[in-house]
Write a protein that binds this ligand. Structure first.
Ligand code: ADP
Ligand code: RBF
Ligand code: MG
Length: 401
């Protein structure tokens, strides 16, 4: 059978990262600006146009968006309009979850890494201008203005393999967007896809449930986040930072908000009450891509007491929610007390697992109880105990509650 996929026996010698949506959360920024520009021409941004706007070289992207929305302007004019709005803000783009950890790990073990991006060299420099460690790590980069054809053509990936003196089969690519997956597969490289959550209002995309048509089956694997990446599956050294069954988060996520009513099913259907945090306070602290099941510390209202919490952040795939919720289950018996309306403060310091679908309600309940056990044990470690002293958790003199 004809199969261009490098076998799993081929050891990976290098990892090539996409930049936007894989290393950096620039997509939120881009979509904000694209929306402004599109609306200035009397159109509104559709999901189809938003999909085109991300993952192609800017000029190609603008040409596609203009065609899709019927904007009577050249790609160059639209680019000239969006570029100044973006250039001053690129350095703000945060690293996506798991990137700093993986990059540090590869560096520690001397695994070469590189960047294959649709971005121009000048813009790449801006995007990494406030991130010295990333600039150093990604000394090898191939930019959109350094190849004849951008993604979905394989040029940038092939050029990097050549520069590194490696066969395409020895390179693993990490990508978020369909055009990049196609490009990497066409270059004959294995691909790990970490789909962007920005499209479709932050919900995990269904674009990736099947391998890209041009990709040989088995070459493309799908991960909910880079925190779920297992280097040992590719012949690389495994991570050694696990604490119990958790991964410490750097930086931790600090969330402060009001407890609001949820869907009314935590206690009733699952026997597991969760103190849902109001969505407005979430928007400002959570990157689009932060979803999963986490462990951390919680404080409620004026009380100085701290509780361990197993916390779900995401869309509850079992129930198919349309918007992201943050639902901490405080591992303490409150004897039926209701603290809806109180302020809750959370330090989410450990990643446990991605959100999952389950064949039955009982399977979900069993797994949540296991998450609680994992939380109880891991948070006893010094690494996590010291967050109990974090002033963020202390009640504010004038705080509500
Ligand atoms: P909802 O659908 O409103 O989220 P739940 O059945 O999940 O309803 O119950 C959540 C409420 O239960 C919280 O707002 C809180 O006031 C209360 N509660 C009692 N004990 C706990 C606990 N251990 N963890 C979280 N919330 C709790
Ligand atoms: N919902 C899911 O659909 N999939 C999950 O994997 C999942 N894991 C959870 C883990 C924890 C620790 C908690 C507290 C909740 C989890 N939930 C999950 C959310 C659960 O479905 C939700 O709290 C209830 O439906 C009440 O809204
Ligand atoms: Mg709840």
């Amino acid at each position: 059978m004809a199969d261009t996929c490098p076998t799993s026996a081929t050891t990976v010698r290098c990892i090539i990262f996409d930049l936007d949506g894989t290393v950096l959360d620039t997509e939120t920024l881009v979509l904000e600006v694209v929306k402004v520009v599109v609306e200035s021409h009397g159109k509104s941004l559709t999901t189809a146009a938003a999909t085109q706007a991300l993952g192609m070289r800017p000029l190609d992207a603008w040409a596609a968006v203009a065609r899709t929305l019927g904007i009577d302007k050249s790609a160059e004019e639209l680019f000239a309009q969006s570029e100044p709005l973006l250039r001053d803000r690129w350095h703000e783009a945060p690293l996506l979850p798991g990137v700093a950890r993986l990059v540090a790990h590869l560096k520690l073990h001397g695994v070469p890494l590189a960047l294959a991006t649709s971005t121009s060299r000048a813009t790449l420099d801006r995007k990494l201008s406030s991130k010295d460690d990333m600039r150093q790590a990604f000394a090898q980069a191939c930019c959109g203005d350094e190849v004849a054809q951008g993604k979905p053509a394989p040029d940038c990936f092939l050029q990097l393999a050549q520069r590194l003196g490696l066969a395409p089969g020895e390179c693993l690519v990490i990508e978020d967007a369909p055009a990049g997956v196609q490009a990497a597969a066409a270059a004959g490289m294995r691909v790990v896809v970490v789909p962007s959550l920005v499209l479709q209002g932050g919900k995990p995309s269904e674009l990736y449930t099947a391998p890209a048509p041009s990709a040989a089956a088995g070459c493309v694997s799908l991960l909910p986040s880079l925190l779920d990446f297992r280097p040992e599956h590719y012949g690389l050294p495994p991570f050694t930072d696990y604490i119990g069954e958790t991964i410490p988060m750097h930086p931790v996520v600090r969330i402060k908000g009001t407890v609001v009513k949820g869907f009314g099913r935590g206690s009733k259907q699952l026997g597991i009450p969760t103190a849902n945090v109001d969505p407005d306070s979430l928007r400002t602290v959570l990157a689009e891509a932060v979803t999963g099941i986490f462990a951390g510390w919680a404080a409620v209202g004026h009380s100085p007491k701290l509780y361990k919490t197993a916390c779900s952040i995401g869309f509850n795939p079992v129930f198919g929610n349309q918007s992201k919720t943050c639902e901490p289950w405080l591992l303490h018996d409150f004897g039926g007390e209701d603290f809806c309306g109180s302020e809750i403060r959370l330090i989410i310091c450990a990643y446990i697992r991605p959100e999952a679908n389950f064949p039955s309600l009982q399977a979900l309940i069993d797994r949540i109880h296991k998450d609680a056990a994992v939380t109880e044990e891991a948070l006893e470690g010094d690494m996590y105990q010291h967050y109990k002293l974090d002033p963020f958790l202390a009640p504010q003199p004038d705080g509500c509650g």
